[in-house]
Ligand binder design. Structure first.
Ligand code: NAD
Length: 259
C-alpha cells in the first residue's frame, strides 16, 4: 500500500515516513511539502514523487496529512480530487474545516483524529467515565508540548475536555474556562478548566484532574516518542484503505466499527 504524505518534511511527516519504512506492507508514494521547503517563492504545494518513476498523489492508496490548517485544506482537496481515502491528524482546525470533512465523507473515507495513540483513545473513555461517576468533582485539563507547537490548547486536550463534558451531559463550549488571570472569583463546579505549558522538546503530556473535597484523581498520558502517533496513523491508513466513504474515528480502528 502506498501513502501520499502531506507535510512530509515536518516532525510528524518524517515520523510517518520512518513508521512506513518499518512496516512491510506500506511504502511512500508521494511526499508533499510546502513550496517554501524547496526554496521556491510560491504559495503552493510541491508534489514530489518519491522517485522519478514513482506514483504521485493520484496513484497513492491513502493520503496522510500532518501539516497545518492550510495544508489540511489542500490535503482534503487532493484526496477528494484523486478519490483517495484521507487520514489527517492536523490540529487547530476551524469548525468549518471539520464540517468540510463531513462533506468529503460522502465521497471518500476520511479519518481525522486529534491523537493517534492507543493510550490517549483509552484515556478519553476513562475521563468520560470518571467525570460522569464523580459529578461533584472539579475537572481541570492540563497539557504540555514542545515550544514549536502553534495551537493551544492541544487538539487532544480539547478531546479530553469534550469527554469530561459528555460525562456531565454538557457541551464543552458552554462550560470551558480557557484561562485564568487576576481576580477570577471562586471556581464553579460546572466549569472545565484548561492549563497550557509550552517548552523545550516535550512530545505531548496530558493530565485530567478530578478534584473532590479531600481527594484527587489524576489521569495522565505521556507521549515519549512521536512514533506512537505515526504508527497509529499508518495503522489507520491500512484500516481505511478499503472502507466505503464515511467519516471514521480512531476508536473505530482500535475498537472496531460497524462494517
Ligand atoms: P511541523 O511544523 O514539524 O510540520 C508540519 C509540516 O507541514 C512542516 O514541514 C510545514 O512546512 C508543512 N506544511 C504546512 N503547511 C503546508 C502546506 N500547505 N502544504 C504542505 N506542507 C505544509 O509540525 P508537526 O509537529 O509535524 O505537527 C503537524 C500537525 O500534526 C500539527 O497540527 C500537530 O498539532 C499535529 N499532530 C497531531 C498528532 C496526532 O496524533 N493527531 C500528533 C502530533 C502532531
Amino acid at each position: 500500500m502506498r501513502l501520499a504524505v502531506v507535510g512530509a518534511a515536518g516532525r510528524m511527516g518524517r515520523a510517518i515516513i520512518a513508521a512506513a519504512a518499518l512496516d512491510g506492507d506500506v511504502s511512500i508514494g508521494a511526499a508533499v511539502v510546502g513550496a517554501h521547503e524547496l526554496g521556491l517563492e510560491l504559495d503552493a504545494l510541491a508534489i514530489v514523487p518519491v522517485n522519478a518513476a514513482g506514483p504521485a498523489v493520484a496513484d497513492a492508496d491513502v493520503v496522510v496529512d500532518f501539516s497545518s490548517p492550510t495544508g489540511f485544506d489542500q490535503a482534503l482537496a487532493l484526496a477528494v480530487a484523486a478519490g483517495r481515502p484521507l487520514v489527517s491528524g492536523t490540529t487547530g482546525l476551524a469548525a468549518s474545516q471539520l464540517a468540510a470533512l463531513d462533506e468529503a465523507a460522502t465521497q471518500i473515507p476520511v479519518l481525522w483524529a486529534a491523537n493517534f495513540s492507543a493510550g490517549v483513545n483509552v484515556l478519553e473513555h476513562l475521563v468520560e467515565l470518571a467525570s460522569r461517576a464523580l459529578g461533584g468533582f472539579d475537572v481541570e485539563v492540563m497539557e504540555a508540548h514542545h515550544r514549536r507547537k502553534v495551537d493551544a490548547p492541544s487538539g487532544t486536550a480539547l478531546v479530553l475536555g469534550e469527554a469530561a463534558a459528555r460525562g456531565r451531559d454538557r457541551k464543552l463550549a458552554d462550560i470551558a474556562t480557557w484561562a485564568r488571570s487576576g481576580v477570577t472569583g471562586p471556581r464553579t463546579n460546572e466549569e472545565i478548566g484548561f492549563q497550557v505549558v509550552r517548552g523545550g522538546s516535550i512530545v505531548g503530556e496530558h493530565t485530567v484532574m478530578l478534584c473532590g473535597d479531600g481527594e484527587l484523581i489524576e489521569l495522565t498520558h505521556r507521549a515519549q516518542d512521536r512514533a506512537i502517533f505515526a504508527r497509529g496513523a499508518v495503522r489507520a491508513a491500512k484500516w481505511l484503505a478499503d472502507r466505503p466513504p464515511s467519516r471514521y474515528t480512531m476508536k473505530d480502528v482500535l475498537f472496531g466499527a460497524p462494517s
